[in-house]
Design a protein around this ligand. Structure first.
Ligand SMILES: Nc1ncnc2c1ncn2[C@@H]1O[C@H](COP(=O)(O)OP(=O)(O)OP(=O)(O)O)[C@@H](O)[C@H]1O
Ligand SMILES: Cc1ncc(COP(=O)(O)O)c(N)n1
Length: 265
């Protein structure tokens, strides 16, 4: 069985972060592992508080995984402070991780900030250059490129600039565009659009976490980047179209919409 590791924060309400990542990886047929960067008290209505792990403890978690079950792909999500980012970058290099999806998580759907100002600089300097693919949403692409994005051409310009600066592929997600759900992948100096039907579902808590974990799962299984993005987007659309409706805020996706078998009944 292929294996994937998520390095991210938690969501006790199960819709985003580590919990969404594990469900997504499982639903996408890989063995899921997780290293926690922060315990986050949050639910569908917002973030109440954050308790970061120490850099030493994160290093120990990563050593435990990498020395025992070397993942076929790794995804990073919420990495809220400079020392944690430094540890992650060091360990990814030490263990020569090749397939890395970096979701540059900055602000939750609820509007709560999940990374410090200084950590954005560390993310750029330490983690982005290691990524196979980076998956910013439009506001994150604006921060990383320093450009303002008003439409598809701006998405291409920003993704290209980020890709050239950090030497990685960039998937600029269009979920924040109210008309479409089209994502732009900039890789090897070229743009490729992934068109999605916009699903009329307000419950989008964890869409970013889910998409990046599904991409990592497909990379782990050996698919190339374009195919991994295509498959991940199809999976995400299915989880959104299942119209799960839980919680009092923006609810979670139905990660296991495709699960069948006798134990499900
Ligand atoms: N209503 C929707 N219908 C179909 N696809 C959607 C919808 N909303 C978002 N998506 C898709 O979900 C994925 C995540 O995009 P989005 O821009 O929402 O990321 P994000 O902002 O990081 O997510 P999050 O809301 O978790 O922070 C993209 O593939 C996007 O096209
Ligand atoms: C631990 C963690 N990581 C990421 C997100 C972003 O997800 P969303 O923007 O969908 O709330 C989150 N809310 N919590």
């Amino acid at each position: 069985m292929k294996t994937a590791l998520t390095i991210a924060g938690t969501d006790p309400s199960g819709g985003a972060g580590i919990q969404a990542d594990i469900k997504t990886m499982t639903a996408n047929g890989v063995y899921a592992m997780s290293a926690v960067t922060a315990l986050v008290a949050q639910n569908t209505t917002g973030v109440k508080s954050i308790m970061e792990v120490t850099p030493e403890f994160l290093a120990e978690q990563l050593d435990c995984v990498f020395t025992d079950i070397m993942p076929d792909a790794v995804k990073t999500g919420m990495v809220s402070s400079v020392p944690l980012i430094q540890v992650i970058a060091r360990k990814l290099k030490e263990y020569r991780v090749e397939k890395l999806v970096v979701d540059p998580v900055m602000v939750a759907t609820s509007g709560d900030r999940l990374i410090s100002e200084e950590a954005v600089d560390a993310l750029k300097a330490e983690l982005l250059p290691l990524a196979t693919v980076l998956t910013p949403n439009i506001p994150e692409a604006e921060v990383l490129s320093g450009m303002t994005i008003h439409g598809p051409e701006d998405m291409e310009r920003a993704a290209r600039s980020i890709s050239e600066r950090y030497g990685c592929a960039v998937l600029c997600k269009g979920g924040h565009d109210l008309n479409d759900a089209n994502d732009l992948l900039w890789r090897s100096g070229e743009a490729k659009w992934f068109y999605g039907r916009r699903i009329d579902n307000p419950n989008t808590h964890g869409t970013g976490c889910t998409l990046s974990s599904a991409i990592a799962s497909n990379l782990a299984k050996g698919y190339d980047l374009d195919t991994s993005v295509e498959r991940a987007k199809t999976y995400l659309s299915g989880a959104l179209a299942s119209m799960l409706d839980l919680g009092q805020g923006k609810g979670p996706l139905d990660h296991l919409f495709n699960l069948e078998g006798e134990f499900v009944k």
